[in-house]
Design a protein around this ligand. Structure first.
Ligand code: 9D3
Length: 228
């Protein structure tokens, strides 16, 4: 899968996507990441990407023309396997289920908002969907784009090793948090690892892990257990 990022801060992405699983996936060619500077598609001397909001108000809004021209030049042809995503605080909430959907596309183009917002015609007529990564205020869409790419990239075939297959992850089919994990030492500052995990009894360990996962989910994320 190829990810395109459209941003006024291309340097922002030098770093976050250059490590670990994502870097390995890029090197093996399973994913590609192309960073595009929105100012490439401006025509004026000052390379203007924003303007004041109609109706008044604080701050600046990203203009539609450079965004439309960028998408239309990166993809002269729009096909169903190419999805344009606008990252914005007003979007639908991104989650693992949305990630699985997006993972089926061949190419994603992520538009990073900045300033006070993005001209609404981008959400209405350019993007296939508008996504937020959660109910908090970021300074812009760049961190959100990096999050979406990380989540979607690791769902691509061959990106994860067998040990951490995406099938067995939290927010997988089971809807539970992962069970608590421990490593050596078996006692640290007086805090002992649960006895069962040291027992070698695989059936008992399996049961302990399941009940510990349910208990922790109930305590920290009761919303995941809610029947709707
Ligand atoms: C303080 C400005 N806000 C007015 C009530 C609106 C606003 C504009 C731009 C809030 C945040 C942003 C920048 N955020 C994003 O572009 C963004 C975002 C986010 O803030 N939270 C969660 N997900 C995302 S995705 C993009």
């Amino acid at each position: 899968m190829t990810f395109h990022i459209l941003t006024i801060f291309p340097e922002f992405f030098h770093g976050p996507l250059d490590h670990g699983i994502i870097q390995r996936a890029r090197e093996s060619g399973r994913i590609g990441i192309e960073i595009h500077d929105l100012r490439q598609w401006t025509r004026d001397r000052h390379r203007t990407v924003d303007d004041r909001p109609f109706g008044g108000g604080e701050g600046m809004v990203l203009k539609p023309e450079p965004l439309f021209e960028a998408v239309e030049s990166i993809w002269p042809e729009r096909t169903p396997d190419r999805r344009v995503i606008l990252l914005s605080a007003q979007g639908r909430k991104f989650d693992q289920a949305r990630a699985r959907e997006l993972a089926r596309a061949k190419e994603l183009l992520l538009i990073c908002g900045r300033y006070e917002g993005v001209d609404e015609r981008v959400a209405e007529h350019l993007a296939d969907e508008e996504l937020s990564i959660g109910d908090f205020v970021l300074s812009g869409g760049e961190l959100a784009a990096a999050v979406v790419i990380d989540v979607v990239a690791r769902l691509q075939e061959g990106v994860l090793g067998n040990q951490d297959s995406a099938v067995f992850e939290s927010f997988g089919e089971e809807g539970l948090l992962d069970c608590p994990q421990y490593t050596r030492p078996a006692e640290f500052r007086g805090w002992k690892v649960p006895e069962t995990l040291l027992s070698g009894n695989h059936e008992a360990i399996r049961k302990w892990r399941r009940s510990a996962a349910i208990e922790k989910t109930a305590r920290l994320r009761p919303d995941l257990l809610q029947v709707s």
